[in-house]
Write a protein that binds this ligand. Structure first.
Ligand SMILES: Nc1ncnc2c1ncn2[C@@H]1O[C@H](COP(=O)(O)OP(=O)(O)OP(=O)(O)O)[C@@H](O)[C@H]1O
Length: 268
């Protein structure tokens, strides 16, 4: 398969039939692009246009180019050439098999020889507070474990160069680390989010309004700093959530951490 260096979204029309204010955006390998905007502003529709590699054949009339060219029929429709992987917090595994067996089977299906399955489970365990064991059955995994395993699976086994993520904020995983893991594999990542940790961690964010792409904002270094601080708070909440789930009592909270975050945020 040709290496995908970039995807280009050519703007179409918004919900009122007016041309989109942002008429073109190109995303390159390793870049993380956030998609933000109020409810109903067209975030999921944009993801859907990319997933379908729309060619002015959806309600938005957008056109998606791959490596600056119109992709052929095979690229759009052949499941073996699947260019786009999608992750959302509602996805679940339905196969009744052990984690190790599933990952081995998926690697074989994707013709990935020499993949270290234990390494994938290790990566997934970096994203979730509850350890995943290779003998665990997929159907007994919690929501957080499921999403963590999907991210590691997409990062290492799936050869799809474009990853679309639709609202994983409540997935119960280390979201920031998940993005790092995916972008580190040279994938193009577009993430729909209402969550400032994810929005400010992205390189740029598309602002949606009334079904159209309104603007493209590049994250500033100050915003990246805020994202790091929010990320630390996020990890703290994840750890607390885990303790509560395990029936433990909470004796203290890292107030110093939270205090320093809020204080330095005041300077901005
Ligand atoms: N440019 C457009 N032209 C026509 N219909 C559109 C356009 N953009 C979005 N829509 C439609 O508007 C509705 C809301 O869009 P969408 O679900 O993408 O919003 P959203 O921002 O993801 O909302 P939420 O945050 O609630 O998930 C959908 O039915 C979608 O198909």
């Amino acid at each position: 398969m040709e290496i995908i260096e970039s995807i280009t979204i050519k703007g179409g029309i918004d919900k009122k039939g007016m041309p989109e204010l942002l008429q073109e955006i190109t995303v390159t390998r390793g870049e993380i692009i956030g998609i933000v905007g109020p409810t109903g502003s067209g975030k999921s529709q944009l993801i859907s246009d990319i997933e379908q590699i729309a060619q002015k054949d959806t309600s938005t009339q957008r056109k998606i180019l791959i490596n600056e060219k119109v992709p052929g029929e095979a690229e759009r429709n052949d499941p073996r050439k699947k260019m786009v992987a999608q992750l959302s917090q509602n996805m679940n595994f339905f196969a009744d098999m052990a984690v190790f067996d599933f990952l081995s089977l998926h690697a074989r299906c994707r013709n990935k020889t020499g993949v270290d399955i234990d390494e994938i489970i290790f990566l997934a365990n970096q994203l979730t507070g509850e350890p995943i064991h290779k003998t665990d059955n997929l159907t007994i995994l919690s929501g957080g474990q499921t999403r963590a395993l999907m991210v590691a699976d997409v990062a290492v086994i799936s050869s799809s160069p474009i990853v679309l993520i639709d609202e994983i904020e409540n997935a119960g995983i280390k979201k920031h680390r998940a993005l790092e893991l995916l972008s580190g594999q040279g994938k193009i990542i577009l993430v729909v989010t209402h969550d400032p940790v994810l929005a400010l961690s992205s390189d740029k964010r598309i602002i949606m309004q009334c079904g159209g792409m309104r603007d493209l904002i590049e994250s500033t270094s100050q915003e990246k700093l805020v994202a790091q601080q929010l990320n630390r708070i996020d990890h703290e909440i994840l750890a607390l959530r885990e303790k509560v789930r395990q029936g433990k009592m909470i004796e203290y909270i890292e107030t110093e951490l939270l205090g320093s975050c809020f204080n330095s945020a005041c300077y901005l």
